[in-house]
Design a protein around this ligand. Structure first.
Ligand SMILES: CC(C)(COP(=O)(O)OP(=O)(O)OC[C@H]1O[C@@H](n2cnc3c(N)ncnc32)[C@H](O)[C@@H]1OP(=O)(O)O)[C@@H](O)C(=O)NCCC(=O)NCCS
Length: 153
């Protein structure tokens, strides 16, 4: 897989990827607005055939960055795409001047937790009842990774 940068023009592609990854909709119009916002970084992973297989969205504000969303198509998981996207986002956030990258992950999302821990994220807090799942609520773990300054030149 390889990573390419994207923007508001790719909102429909992102919307389709999100819907497959999370089995819920994210309207292309809303996504396009988000993608056009200040500091937003959009990355798409393309498979060997050049087809979109996953995405990562981040946002940099001053010296902090946030992973907004990451997802791989169900049939494209466990091939290193998630890690590739995360590493690429880390690089871009550091280049944009961020000193730390934060994210939230549901306590029951074992795959994502393993991905983040393996990529050097550490637990920084808990948000009680952050995710609503029908009538139930699931806590979120806040995770943080310090970023090294981008190499000069
Ligand atoms: C989480 C997600 C993005 C991981 O993407 P991926 O491309 O499958 O991840 P990778 O292949 O790069 O895996 C990297 C590491 O993460 C961990 N990991 C990934 N999937 C895992 C799983 N199902 N179970 C346990 N560990 C897992 C492993 O440590 C893996 O390394 P390894 O394959 O060498 O063991 C993917 O499962 C996904 O899209 N899930 C649905 C959307 C989602 O939950 N997004 C995160 C919301 S916070």
């Amino acid at each position: 897989m390889r990573i390419v940068e994207a923007g508001p023009a790719e909102a429909a592609v992102l919307s389709a990827l999100y819907e497959s990854a999370f089995a819920e909709a994210w309207a292309p119009e809303q996504l396009a607005q988000l993608l056009a916002g200040p500091g937003v970084l959009t990355l798409i992973a393309l498979d060997e055939a050049g087809e979109p297989a996953g995405y990562a969205l981040g946002r940099v504000a001053a010296d902090e960055a946030e992973l907004l969303s990451i997802g791989l198509l169900p049939g494209r998981r466990r091939r290193g795409g998630g890690r590739l996207l995360l590493d690429a986002l880390v690089d871009r956030c550091a280049s944009a001047g961020a000193k730390a990258l934060f994210l939230e992950v549901a306590t029951d999302n074992a795959a994502a937790l393993a991905l983040y821990r393996g990529a050097g994220f550490r637990e920084a807090g808990i948000r009680k009842g952050y995710y609503k799942v029908g009538a139930a609520a699931v806590d979120a773990i806040v995770m943080k990774r310090d970023l090294l300054p981008a190499a000069a030149g």
